[in-house]
Design a protein around this ligand. Sequence first.
Ligand code: DAH
Length: 335
Amino acid sequence: MEKELESLITSLKDELASCTKEADILNVKSKYVGKKSRITEILGNLKNMTVEEKRKYGSLINNTKKEMESIIASSLESLESKANITFDDTLDYDIENGSLHPVTIVAKEVTDCLKKMGFTVVSGPEMESEYYNFEALNVPKDHPARDMQDTYYLDNGMLLRTQTSDNQIRGMENYGAPLRICAPGRTFRNEDLDANHENTFFQIEGMVIDENISIENLMYVMQELLSEVFKTDLKVRLRPGFFPFTEPSYEMDMSCVICGGKGCPTCKNGGWIELIGCGMVHPNVLRAGGVDPEKYTGFAFGIGLTRLAMMKYKISDIRVLNSGDIRYLKNFDIK
Ligand code: DAH
């Protein structure tokens, strides 16, 4: 009898040792101390024993059952305390904070600055019609300017917009003149990828239409904007440019902050970065938007937001911005 009782305790301990869940322990519990367990059977047999046997084994059997119950209870307790460690909400977890994407940050800085100057922020579709992306912007079907902006033509006859300038027409249609809008957004071109070219990038468009708008106004807005974003004196230069939707047209460049103007792959060794296309809105574009060019004039500009972010955060390869590689992006430590 003593041997059997001892072996019950040993095998109970063995089985409990391999339990990892509460349910496992409860199964063992019913097997060892439940109604149909061996110990309950032995206890039941006590009444058939002689007085002498009862005296000899009675308390031993009862104590064995109590011991088994307390072994099971402490096993449940230790499982609970292990579980508490897993869910300990006082633990100081090392969860990394995220940060905003560099392009998101400059987009916000630029729109915040423009909003202070009275611009309304609008947005247009990334999947655009040829009409809004080209034709209404004075770029007819076989115009050579289309070669500069090759894009992805879709089966449904639409295209992925090559520029945020589509918002010029949509803006005039929706709000009429006078008008002061800006439109940040994603744009696409069929490019050979390198440190300076991506097929997907961001721009922000700006357009002001009113009576007596001149190039002076355009220059003022551009200067305010760049000094707000870079918070330092930068060299900028204005060159005559060509865009079918503005007349006259300009290119505004800024000195390359990656190499300090000495020349590097980002600035194609020229020391300058093309950043802003701008000019006075072409009368054909005003007409396409339903605005009377005899009464109103306007200026428009398009800024490469992706390029602006690269300059601001000294990112020398444009491709990392779309990579989604947090190991790289978190190096900017921008909050
Ligand atoms: N949409 C032009 C581009 O992507 C940039 C541009 C040039 C926008 C002149 C304008 C503008 O609004 O007036 O190259």
